[in-house]
Design a protein around this ligand. Structure first.
Ligand code: TMP
Ligand code: ASP
Length: 236
């Protein structure tokens, strides 16, 4: 059987249920639009377990997601969606491309969260776009954007508290949303939430506990992911 879709860190497979897919987490890590590549033992398991834990909590908090259930270490069942081709990024503290774009130093806490949209396209390098671009490219309607912003802020409030209880500062993260293919058009949170797509700093030491360890060759990448999982598990 061939995968329906293969991304940089995951594969999607069909199941017997036409509305449900199997999402497989790979051990592959990439950064800078796939320019930098590596494989890490256990990465698939760690991200799947972290993401499953978080999606379970989000569902409990009344935030609709694609999550159905985890089936094993590296596989999870998810509802089939048409992915909205926009990456929704939420920032609480300056880091990464925000610093590069503005010249502002890393670590400035924002008065309010910063939300930005980029086109989900490796070929284009996920370019930052505004609402007018999104309208003209027909990636989402104005109403959809209102919904996406509100959902992103709600997820941010929830995750900031969750990670803070785990002794971690949620610096920024990326979300993807999709529309259910059951005819309802309902938008749900899709993709994954793991240290691959979040910046997490230890609240006490400021140590980076996310994919920046790989991007910046800091070492101890999987040790950091393992620690994030351990702390989240201790909460539940
Ligand atoms: P950035 O500072 O590089 O724009 O990244 C902001 C956050 O979004 C960071 O936590 C990493 C995450 N992210 C992804 O998950 N995938 C991506 O393709 C990009 C560009 C960022
Ligand atoms: N996710 C993107 C990549 O794999 C960018 C990044 O996370 O740095 O290339």
């Amino acid at each position: 059987m061939e995968a329906l879709y293969e991304g940089k860190a995951k594969r999607l497979w069909a199941t017997e249920d036409s509305q449900v897919l199997r999402m497989e987490f790979k051990n592959d890590a990439t950064a800078f639009n796939g320019e930098k590549k590596a494989q890490f033992d256990n990465k698939g398991r760690l991200n799947n377990t972290i993401s499953t834990l978080i999606y379970g909590q989000l569902e409990k908090a009344g935030i609709p997601t694609h999550f159905v259930r985890q089936i094993d270490d590296t596989n999870v069942l998810v509802r089939k969606v048409d992915i909205i081709m926009i990456e929704v990024i939420v920032r609480n503290v300056s880091a990464g491309s925000f610093c590069k774009r503005t010249g502002i130093e890393e670590g400035r806490a924002f008065g309010q969260p910063v939300i930005e949209f980029s086109i989900k396209s490796d070929a284009l390098g996920d370019p930052l776009v505004n609402d007018d671009y999104i309208r003209e490219l027909e990636l989402a309607s104005a109403d959809d954007l209102v919904f996406l912003r509100a959902a992103a802020l709600k997820v941010n409030d929830f995750l900031s508290q969750l990670f803070s209880r785990a002794g971690l500062r949620l610096v920024d993260f990326k979300l993807e949303f999709g529309r259910l293919t059951d005819g309802s058009g309902t938008i749900v949170l899709a993709d994954e939430i793991s240290p691959d797509g979040c910046r997490l700093w230890d609240l006490k030491t400021g140590e980076k506990m996310d994919k920046d360890r790989f991007r910046r060759d800091l070492g101890g990448v999987m040790e950091a992911y393992e620690e994030v999982l351990k702390r989240l598990k201790e909460l539940s």
